[in-house]
Design a protein around this ligand. Structure first.
Ligand SMILES: [Zn+2]
Ligand SMILES: [Zn+2]
Length: 241
């Protein structure tokens, strides 16, 4: 073993001596290459690494589609891109989701329920129904709730499925089953607030129930949730501030 090491050391020494008998002619280190001799190729130290600038939006994310952000190296101009998704689905007082997009996203988030946008005459609402087969407490197609969309003044009507100025959601429950109501509420919370996962939505849900017991509204960050019971019917209102 010792002999091999010595032999290797000899080869390295010889190579180095042969490599550049004259003075090195150094090219400065770059983002990806260390300081390197132009004559013999010997290098010293490390590359500098890219000096990435701030992320800039190349393609804006929408509720339905991821966006693309780009950063440029301030030294060499190399570009890197990353996709990003919306963290929040509301801004400056309205949802970024149209009723149509809201229903698609809600259906992804719901547990054993699905939402489908329906138009009836001049009215429009999302019908939330049970999905059977996974959980014995749900029957296929059983009515759970209807969700109405308002822009702050009026309910959106037929033909407004792509309107992105929704400010208030009214969820009108057809069931009194509290666990089914909780499932719908959590789905709605996760749909509106992109930063809330199931655990966070569960916590917000508990706060909403606590507020409900005091006849109050739960004030979240830019979004308020109020649960009420009128004439035996539960209603859940979500208001974007
Ligand atoms: Zn050299
Ligand atoms: Zn660079």
């Amino acid at each position: 073993m010792k002999k091999i090491c010595l032999a290797l050391l000899g080869i390295v020494l010889v190579l180095n001596l042969n490599a550049c008998s004259c003075k090195h002619e150094w090219a400065a280190a770059t983002c990806t290459e260390p300081k390197t001799c132009l004559k013999c190729g010997e290098s010293e130290g490390d590359d500098l690494g890219h000096n990435w600038g701030d992320w800039e939006i190349q393609t804006k994310a929408t509720a339905a589609k991821d966006g693309v952000k780009v950063s440029v190296c301030q030294r060499c101009g190399e570009e890197k891109t990353e996709s990003y998704r919306l963290e929040t689905f509301f801004e400056s007082g309205h949802l970024l989701l149209s009723p149509d997009e809201f229903c698609q996203r809600l259906t992804e988030k719901l547990y054993c329920q699905k939402a489908q946008l329906k138009e009836n005459g001049s009215e429009m609402a999302a019908a939330v129904k049970g999905v059977g087969g996974f959980d014995a407490q749900y029957e296929e197609g059983e009515p759970i709730a209807a969700i109405f969309f308002a822009d702050g003044e009026n309910l959106l009507g037929a033909g407004e499925k792509d309107n992105r100025s929704v400010k208030i959601l009214y969820v009108h429950f057809y069931t009194e089953d509290q666990s089914k109501i909780a499932h719908t509420m959590m789905g709605v919370i996760e749909t509106c607030d992109g930063s809330a996962d199931t655990t966070a939505a569960g916590k917000i849900g508990k706060e909403i129930v606590r507020a409900y017991e005091k006849n109050d509204v739960y004030h979240g960050d830019g979004i308020n949730y109020g649960l009420t019971k009128r004439n035996g019917i539960y209603e859940f209102a979500v208001t974007i501030e």
